[in-house]
Design a protein around this ligand. Structure first.
Ligand code: ZN
Length: 342
C-alpha cells in the first residue's frame, strides 16, 4: 500500500509551513534591525532563468551558406567576391545594423594588391557594453590537401571554411533584428583570411584581421570579449578548446563551453584542449580584445577535419544541426551577457 495524505493532513501541514515562514521572517527582520551598518541594497537583477533566448533557424542558416556558394568562389579581386560582399552588406543593412566596409589591398600567391573588404556591422552603436562576433568571408583559391593532385590548384567552394561562419553571423543579425538586445553587438566579416601559404609564412593568413587590428574602424573601439566562428557547420564536427583562446580568452571560452554543455550539446562542445590555430582571433587578441575561436578540429587525428582545404568542402559537408547548434549557443551567450553578464 502506498502512503497517502488526507486532505486534512495536507491543510495542517501547509498551516505549519505558513507559521514557520512568519517566524523566520520575524527572526530575519529582527536580526537586520540589530545591525549597525545599513543593509546593502543591491539593484534588482533579473534572474538567470528570466533570460529569454530567441531561437535560430537551421533552414535559414543553411540557405545563407547556399546563397554564398551561388556567387561562386569568393576570392579577393574577383567579381564573384565583390558580388558576395554586396549581398552581405545589403542583408546587414536590411536587418538594421549600422554597416560599413573597410577597404584594403591583399596580396597572396601570385595575386598582387587585390581589392579586399572587411565588412563591419554594429547593433546598438551607442552602447558601451559590447561583444564582437567575427568570421572570415573569403574562400580559398587552392585545394592543396585534395587527394586528387590534378585538382589541387583549383579553388574550393568553402561551404564550411568561410560559408558557415558568415551564415552564423547573418542569422544572429536576423535574430537581433526581430528580438532587440540590450547590448552592443559588432559583427566583423574579415576578408582574405584563407589564402595564406601553408608551412611558410604565418603572416600570409588573416590579412583582413591584421589590417583591422592596425586600423580599427573606430580608434577607441573596445569590446568586452569576442567570439570567432570558423568552420562551425560540418557533419561530425567537434569543438575542442583551441590553444590561443585558452591563453587569451579562457574565462569566456570556459563559460561558453559549459553553456553549450548545459544546453545539451556535449557531443559538440568538448573540453579537450588542442593546438593554437593561426586564425583571425590572434590579431583581435593582439588588439586587446579577448577573443575565442569556435573551430572544428579533429581531436583524434590532431589535424583539421578530412574535408579541410579539399573539394569536399562543398554544400554536402554541411550539417544543419551542427550549424544551428553552434549558432544557437553563441546567440544564448550574447542574450545572457546582455542580461546578467557571462
Ligand atoms: Zn581555411
Amino acid at each position: 500500500m502506498n502512503h497517502t495524505y488526507s486532505k486534512k493532513m495536507i491543510q495542517r501541514m501547509s498551516r505549519v509551513s505558513r507559521i514557520y515562514v512568519v517566524v523566520m521572517m520575524a527572526l530575519v527582520m529582527g536580526l537586520s534591525g540589530c545591525r549597525q551598518d545599513p543593509a546593502v541594497v543591491e539593484d534588482p537583477k533579473p534572474t538567470k532563468a528570466a533570460v529569454k533566448v530567441p531561437s535560430v533557424n537551421g533552414d535559414t542558416l543553411y540557405g545563407f551558406v547556399e546563397k554564398q556558394l551561388s556567387f561562386g568562389h569568393r576570392i579577393p579581386g574577383t567579381e564573384e567576391h565583390k558580388a558576395c560582399k554586396d549581398w552581405i552588406v545589403e542583408k546587414l543593412k536590411g536587418y538594421g545594423a549600422e554597416t560599413q566596409v573597410q577597404e584594403f589591398k591583399a596580396s597572396f600567391y601570385d595575386v598582387v594588391d587585390a581589392d579586399a573588404y572587411n565588412i563591419i556591422a554594429a547593433f546598438n552603436p551607442d552602447k558601451k557594453h559590447r561583444v564582437l562576433l567575427a568570421a572570415h568571408w573569403d574562400s580559398r583559391m587552392v585545394a592543396e590537401k585534395d587527394p586528387e593532385k590534378s585538382m589541387q590548384d583549383d579553388a574550393i567552394m568553402g561551404a564550411d571554411d568561410g560559408g558557415s561562419g558568415v551564415a552564423g553571423l547573418l542569422e544572429i543579425a536576423r535574430v537581433i533584428s526581430e528580438n532587440p538586445i540590450d547590448l552592443g553587438i559588432d559583427l566583423i566579416f574579415f576578408d582574405a583570411e584563407d589564402n595564406g601559404t601553408p608551412n611558410q609564412n604565418n603572416k600570409s593568413w588573416c590579412l583582413g584581421s591584421q589590417h583591422w587590428a592596425k586600423n580599427m574602424h573606430d580608434p577607441n573601439y573596445k569590446a568586452k570579449f569576442g567570439i570567432l566562428l570558423d568552420m562551425i557547420g560540418a557533419k561530425g564536427a567537434t569543438f575542442g578548446k583551441e590553444g590561443f583562446s585558452q591563453r587569451y580568452a579562457k574565462r569566456y571560452q570556459d563559460k561558453i563551453w559549459s553553456l553549450g554543455q548545459r544546453m545539451g550539446y556535449t557531443d559538440l562542445f568538448v573540453d579537450t584542449p588542442f593546438a593554437g590555430i593561426e586564425d583571425d582571433h590572434v590579431y583581435v587578441n593582439q588588439a586587446g580584445i579577448p577573443m575565442l575561436d569556435i573551430i572544428n578540429y579533429d581531436l583524434q587525428t590532431n589535424k583539421f577535419a578530412h574535408y579541410h582545404h579539399t573539394h569536399k568542402d562543398d554544400i554536402s559537408v554541411i550539417d544543419k544541426r551542427v550549424l544551428r547548434v553552434v549558432t544557437q549557443v553563441v546567440t544564448a551567450a550574447i542574450y545572457k551577457e546582455s542580461t546578467y553578464h557571462l
